[in-house]
Design a protein around this ligand. Sequence first.
Ligand SMILES: Nc1ncnc2c1ncn2[C@@H]1O[C@H](COP(=O)(O)OS(=O)(=O)O)[C@@H](OP(=O)(O)O)[C@H]1O
Ligand SMILES: Nc1ncnc2c1ncn2[C@@H]1O[C@H](COP(=O)(O)OP(=O)(O)O)[C@@H](O)[C@H]1O
Length: 205
Amino acid sequence: MAEQKATNVHWHEGDITREHREKILGHKGATLWFTGLSGSGKSTVAVELEGTLNEMGIVSYRLDGDNVRMGINKNLGFSAEDRTENIRRIGEVSKLFVDSGVIALSSFISPYRADRDQVRELHDAAGMDFIEIFVDCSLEAAESRDPKGLYKKARAGEIKNFTGIDDPYEAPENPEIHLHSDQQSLEEEVQQILSVLRERGIINQ
Ligand SMILES: Nc1ncnc2c1ncn2[C@@H]1O[C@H](COP(=O)(O)OS(=O)(=O)O)[C@@H](OP(=O)(O)O)[C@H]1O
Ligand SMILES: Nc1ncnc2c1ncn2[C@@H]1O[C@H](COP(=O)(O)OP(=O)(O)O)[C@@H](O)[C@H]1O
């Protein structure tokens, strides 16, 4: 848990709320949190979903591990502490997107259950939808895909602390959405997510 360092800071409330913004946009803001092994399909599903939502006139924004680690989180590595800080910051950024009325598509390995639960609590406390999407894929399948050649490097000892090889991944116990990317098609995965968004009243089409 990050401590509040600054003292004498005060929240400044504005006049325009999330509800005002959601009214303009015609849908609710929410965080869809994709978690899973490297190569499980988090980014692929998020990109496909983003395209579908865009065609439906629904505003979403992708936050992706590799991209964020080149910007806001460029000072973080892959130690347990740095992964926790990575997820904490992205949890806060996702919450800002929800407050803007947008659907945040946040794709991070996020290997630690406690870190994901912190992001969930952050959203719950603000009355915001947090939907955990477990992109479940066997290590064998992810490793045989190896889209960036990282498993090969990890097996060769060229990358240390690689998730699934010599670093842990704690699978979600009760995710809102459970995808099986080594058994389902991309289209099925997108439809499964859309139906949950409809059920929860986040989108209405
Ligand atoms: N040691 C190690 N372990 C796991 N992943 C590694 C590592 N080193 C580099 N990469 C690359 O970084 C991407 C994962 O970044 P994340 O921010 O999603 O990781 S985490 O949530 O903080 O664990 C991950 O992206 P994805 O393959 O898209 O998951 C890799 O491209
Ligand atoms: N059903 C599926 N869902 C998602 N990705 C799939 C699926 N079938 C095959 N793939 C492939 O698996 C790879 C997943 O890579 P990527 O999306 O970068 O994973 P991650 O973001 O979890 O590291 C891509 O090459 C993608 O084309």
